[in-house]
Design a protein around this ligand. Sequence first.
Ligand code: 13P
Ligand code: SF4
Length: 304
Amino acid sequence: MTKEEMYNDIRRWKKEKNAVILAHYYQNDDIQEIADYVGDSLALAQTAAKTNADIIVFCGVHFMAETAKILSPEKKVLLPNLNAGCIMADMINAERLKAYKEKNPDTIVMVYVNSTAEVKALSDICVTSSNALKIIDHYANLGRKMLYCPDQNLGKYAMDLKGYNFDVWPGFCRIHHNLDTTMVERMKKAHPNALFVAHPECQLPVLKMADYVGSTKQLIEYVTASDAKEFIVGTEQGVLYEMKKRNPNKTFIPLSKTLICGQMKMTTLKHLYECLKEEKNEIIVDEDTRIKAKNCLDKMLELS
Ligand code: 13P
Ligand code: SF4
């Protein structure tokens, strides 16, 4: 079957089934091309919360589809490849977070959206890379003790930038965490006119070398608004699809060839095709957990 034939069936089923396809910017290009909405974690959560579709096919990783289900329980939420997880989300679990909370009962638990429903259910507020600084400011101004989990890098970046001091969980995203300053120096030397943009999941010394730090959506908006013509990109290479689409006359160079999230790339057009055709791989969240996790996500959406 050709790509166009698959697209035609997908478009037809979308209408017949009143389905919507959401995709993250790290997805394969042929998925981004057919998706109804492509976005960062926050934009996709907001879209999932307000869509009128009966079926949400979420092309991303498990926590993203789960977030959509938490926010839209009456909808059928499908994940084309159920094996697509997030290595950072797996670096924290409910038992370990419960143990932390027992020792630190006065601490506000801020959880990165890259986490399971069980972990969100134990947390006070959720954040994503596009609103974390704003929400951290909010609680810091209230004089609250805080835990930022599970991404140590975004937490350390916020502390350094704002002069705050709070606990961070030792989790990280291997794809971003493995970047180092030598790579940035080498690339800046090879492309002296390029600006360097980076995702806050990179380590602090790398972020300090960046001209701009932001979520995937914010990075795309920054390179689009900028007068510069060349950019070194410190995040997963999937963002290059939208960067090039919006800026055909600009050049985008990945900071490293290793900037590929194997979990995000697990979803193929064939997975999407079969998932929508058969309406399979439905995400189910236990109702008690869902209500608690929704509370934590609703607080984020209010403050965003
Ligand atoms: P964004 O929220 O910036 O889209 O990031 C999601 C993610 O998984 C980054 O690794
Ligand atoms: Fe998770 Fe890292 Fe992949 Fe983002 S890039 S989904 S944090 S493993």
